[in-house]
Ligand binder design. Sequence first.
Ligand SMILES: [Zn+2]
Ligand SMILES: [Zn+2]
Length: 631
Amino acid sequence: MFSSRRVGFCLGVAISIVAFCALVIAQQTPLRSITYKLSMSRPVSHLFEVAIEIELPDELKDKRVELQMPKWSPGRYAVFDFAKNVQEFRAVAGICPPQAQCKMSPRPVRRVDDQTWEVDPQSSSSLTINYKVFGNDLSGTFSQLDERHANYNGGSIYMYVVDHKPDPVKLVIDPPRGWKIINGRMQRPGQTEWQFANWDIMIDTPTEIAPDWTVDEFQVDGKKYHVMVHSFGPEGGKRPALVRDIEKIVRAETAMWGPPEFDEYTFLIHFAADDESGDGMEHLTSTQIIESGALGEPGVYDGALDTVAHEFFHVWNVKRLRPFELGPWDFTRDLATRGLFIAEGFTNYYGHLMSRRAGLWDDARFLRRESRTISSIENAPGSRLMSAEESSLSAPFLDDAPHAQKTNLENTSISYYPKGELIAMVLDLLIRGRSDSKHSLDDVMREMYDEFYVKSSNNSYYLRGRGYQPEDLQRVASKVVGMDFQNFFDRYVRSTETLPYDEAFAVVGLRVNKVQLKEPFNAGMSVQFDDPRAPMIESVENDSPAETAGLQSGDQIMQLAGRPPGKDDWLQTLARFKTGQSVPITVKRNRRTIKTSLVLGEPERFEYRIEELTGATPEQKRMRGAWLNGK
Ligand SMILES: [Zn+2]
Ligand SMILES: [Zn+2]
């Protein structure tokens, strides 16, 4: 039944996805059942214990079963190879009923490659696979088990059965005594068993298990929202206000999109109080948010709301309205999509705009935030080399990716988050201007959601609708506004031309003012003072005085202008010299001491400020109000 439907779809699609279709057609008869059982008998060991019970149809009893740990997980595009934390993989014939003591015979296991284990059932009609996974990272991608809690993201814990990712799966969690479970798929309190349509949906359901989290609730448009908070530091009495402000964000974003598709949604929020963990990750009916401070500490409250505004926008943009390549996924290799500047960058823009529309920020704060984004992009040398689409394709290198090899990405890359944010803002303002305020990017996003998610036929087992390509956004924008956007996409999305800020901001009576950066010139090097006695050059800009002087990242600065540099005064030391003058610098590289000179050039860093346009008309101001208030 499944295979005939899938073949029918595949015959009708373009050659570019033939490989994907071959994969789907190779889909086996579904297994009779797949049940995941998760336990955690020794939290201090950081070892999650996973059992996978599989019932095989007769025709598969004599075929080997492959189990695979994904190389990465959706929402973060760097390859992390979760298999590295798997240990003690075993297989036995049969399934032992709950509470029973069973003597089960082992089945042969062979490690096939870095992510795959193969089990020979030897004619047994069922198998139980056991393994353990080490997890001690609190994040939106990895998992953590310790004496305080278990917080997991399924992709880093659960293997899938190769060729059976579309099969329905059951999950049973056995928590430590006194620990409570919560995730975005709770049907009742105290629930310990779940049925998922497929493995992809199971790993889209991050789960928190602990004795002492709190949950607050509110309703918007008849939908129920749960705010789980697990605090590892003082909350300073701020939790009730936090929940009220989250509700304002939900109201602002649902006002733009209309009521979301789900009945219930769960915010899983950690205040880690470790100055280290920090993350946000989107899911279909939940989000994982981790702040590195304690809720009671200055700035942490605002940081959490900023993340909430971004992650909740993903309910529509990326989780449902998604680039073509985002689901179902191939977890054996990294992902290539040109659409992350829309999926993440547009979400960055709307996260900030929604904080304004929700009343959490005033106009000035929103414009300051966007000014900072413009400055970061326009000062980045990578802006001249890497387009928004190319940045999206480079996500596996950029997205918190670990690098064993030294790279020049600091000089050659830009992030699709801020670049996409600026493309969205400029596009939004141009649409408003060209349509005489009749349309906005909000209309384009709603039209995209309608066409690709609500009205499209499904193109996979995974989720309703189908994915888009960046050309689809161009087409839909052109259709909504009645004006061709090919030129815009060619110049600012596929190439590296500077965005037309002046034209865009003039629509709402604003301008971008470029002023010399106030902070002293850094000669093209960034310096980190993790060890104040051994300041280290972190990165060197291409074609800068630092590069010309032969300095490298990793060099330890011994002397700058005759004295050891301090975190608070090294820039002032440089500022005492004029353009063209030499500043002596001594660095230590490995066991060598190197003396050289920085010949200071003209500083080329600027600050960009969005400011009032002189003589802005009432009409321009009205359009600004409509933009910022979402009217
Ligand atoms: Zn927790
Ligand atoms: Zn995001």
